[in-house]
Design a protein around this ligand. Structure first.
Ligand SMILES: [Zn+2]
Length: 246
């Protein structure tokens, strides 16, 4: 039985290692998707700036037309002034000229404001485009780097997975079945040490009699609380157990 327990301990170590590789790969992939997301957000912001720019340019054209119309009306009313006879007609034309002069001034001011806004927007867009370009270059570098790192992790993972397969073949089917079930149900941790009577999976104290059995290691003991497979481990010498495992 002792040998079977050692194999189970080794198997757990391998599964923990594989899980570590998997999360390391996931973390590396996340840096890429984070970067891609950031680029996407900037591209959306740039598109927003472009829509705003188009709307402002349209407003600029409309305002220019309003301005031209007002100027034309002023000229027209000024010409009519020479032909009117009554003071009432004269007054009416003067009023219209005044109104259009006001409009002329308003549209000129509006045009200036639009031009300022367009300038600001162009600067904002240029900055975003610059950031976006930088991030795209960074992404390219990061992708190459991550691909290299993942390849490395993957090749180690393959070797470890092969070791896992060999070990799994050597273990009894009943133990493997229980081990796999525990691995799935107990957060990838099926085999745990008992240190000073405490299960290191759920941190419950093991009854003294069972603790003695775990220490002897003549049979496979399960934690009465979390059902994980238990093995004895000295508190002060973790290196010793590892030495035994290897
Ligand atoms: Zn437990």
């Amino acid at each position: 039985m002792k040998e079977e327990i050692i194999k189970l301990i080794n198997l757990q170590e391998i599964d923990t290692e594989i899980a570590g590789f998997n999360s390391a790969i996931a973390r590396k992939q996340k840096t890429i998707t984070d970067r891609e997301q950031s680029i996407l957000e900037k591209e959306e912001a740039i598109a927003g700036c472009q829509r705003k720019d188009e709307a402002l340019q349209q407003l600029q054209r409309d305002t220019a037309l309003e301005n031209e119309d007002a100027a034309a009306r002023i000229k027209d009313r000024q010409n009519k002034m020479m032909q009117v006879q009554t003071s009432r007609e004269h007054q009416a034309l003067l009023k219209e000229i005044e109104e259009n002069k006001k409009l002329l001034k308003e549209t000129e001011e509006k045009t200036l404001q639009i031009m300022e806004q367009l300038e600001q927007l162009a600067a904002e867009t240029a900055e975003l485009e610059n950031l976006c370009k930088g991030e795209k270059e960074l992404l390219k570098e990061e992708m190459a780097q991550v691909e290299k790192e993942i390849k490395k992790i993957d090749s180690t993972r393959k070797k470890v997975t092969t070791k896992h397969g060999v070990l799994a073949e050597e273990l009894s089917q009943a133990h493997m079945k229980r081990y796999n079930m525990l691995l799935k149900k107990r957060d990838n941790l099926a085999v745990v040490p008992v240190i000073e009577s405490v299960c290191q999976g759920c941190f419950m104290t093991i009854p003294p009699q069972q603790f003695n059995e775990v220490r002897k290691g003549n049979k496979l003991n399960l934690c009465p609380n979390c059902q994980r497979m238990l093995y004895f481990k000295e508190k002060q010498a973790p290196e010793e157990v590892e030495a035994v495992e290897k």
